[in-house]
Design a protein around this ligand. Structure first.
Ligand SMILES: [Fe+2]
Ligand SMILES: [Fe+2]
Length: 324
């Protein structure tokens, strides 16, 4: 009986793979438009008291600055609104701790990084034969754009594997809300610079006095290493890479924070950063432009590039077979 249930759930998720990918694309589009609409230097004030007004102030600015683009932004936001409502309600401290325990106590799969990429490709794209761009295409486009710019080899590898954590969707996620979307800290006040901040009112941590103050369970400039970010493909892949690779700190930060838009785009939560994070922020921003803008129609020949990337993976993942 239980077996049937699990199989059914897996089958449903398989069918939903494309919808996860579509949601991720819509989230990406929102962030692309937001970046284009943004005034340089906007939201650099880290004062939390003023934060409550910053979302409205930003929206007003966007609306007046470019009406046409703002309309596109609004439409894109409409498409992701429901998704974020669910995410912001369910990403609690309790859920986060449980997800971390699950991660540490289970091995979901044992395979090589390349096999992981192929598996993700199959799971996400098989259900839709008309798909324009597969997961491997996005991975290769990002990696190749980084390589073309003469960036270090570890940086290229980040391009290849940064979204590999989406495998989580087929292991033990509860939905799309704990796999994709912008990330944010849990255990302290949800700032207005997070997209759709009003939807946090349904989160049980919102009224918890332990968690709803500026620092919550953290302390001033404690460092983001100590901060629990909402659980998703970024956090998951960061831990997989940290446990199994020799990738440098910058690479791990790029993987961990690539969806932490409230931080790397909106300059929120600077009061939790330590000196190390200041360096990491530069790295994350350098990576973000490749993630946002390397998506195009160019499809690389996977077989042609495979040997280059297999060698690159071997360089930083000494154990060929790793635990996901
Ligand atoms: Fe991602
Ligand atoms: Fe990506």
């Amino acid at each position: 009986m239980i077996h049937t249930k699990v199989t059914k759930k897996k089958f449903q998720k398989h069918k939903l793979g494309k919808s996860l990918d579509k949601k991720d694309d819509e989230v990406l589009q929102v962030n692309q438009l937001k970046l284009q609409l943004r005034k340089p230097g906007m939201a650099e004030n880290e004062d939390v008291e003023k934060d409550s007004a910053s979302w409205d102030a930003q929206m007003d600015y966007y609306k007046n600055a470019n009406t046409k683009m703002f309309r596109q932004y609004e439409l894109a936001c409409d498409r992701v609104k429901q998704f974020y409502e669910e995410q912001h309600e369910k990403q609690t401290v309790a859920y986060n701790i449980q997800a971390r325990i699950n991660f540490k106590t289970k091995t979901r799969a044992k395979m090589s990084v390349w096999e992981g990429l192929e598996k993700l490709n199959r799971l996400l794209d098989d259900s839709d034969p008309d798909t324009e761009l597969s997961q491997i295409d996005h991975a290769l486009q990002t990696a190749e754009a980084i390589r073309r710019d003469g960036q270090p080899r570890w940086f290229q590898l980040v391009g290849l594997i940064h979204d590999l954590g989406k495998l989580l969707y087929f292991f033990d996620s509860q939905g799309q809300w704990d796999v994709v979307g912008d990330t944010f800290p849990v255990g302290c006040k949800f700032l207005s610079r997070i997209i759709f901040p009003e939807s946090f009112k349904k989160n049980s941590d919102f009224t918890n006095p332990l968690y709803n103050t500026k620092y919550g369970i953290y302390s001033k400039h404690c460092g983001l290493d100590k901060v629990m970010l909402s659980w998703g493909h970024d956090e998951y892949m960061y831990h997989v890479a940290k446990n199994n690779s020799t990738l440098p700190q910058e690479a791990l930060a790029m993987i961990r924070y690539h969806s932490f838009y409230p931080w790397h785009l909106e300059n929120a939560y600077t009061y939790l950063m330590d000196d190390h994070d200041t360096k990491m922020l530069e790295a994350v921003r350098a990576f973000n432009k490749y993630d946002l803008y390397s998506k195009n129609d160019q499809q690389y020949d996977v077989d042609e590039l495979k040997s280059y990337y297999l060698e690159l993976i071997d360089e930083y993942f000494p154990k060929k077979v790793i635990e996901f």
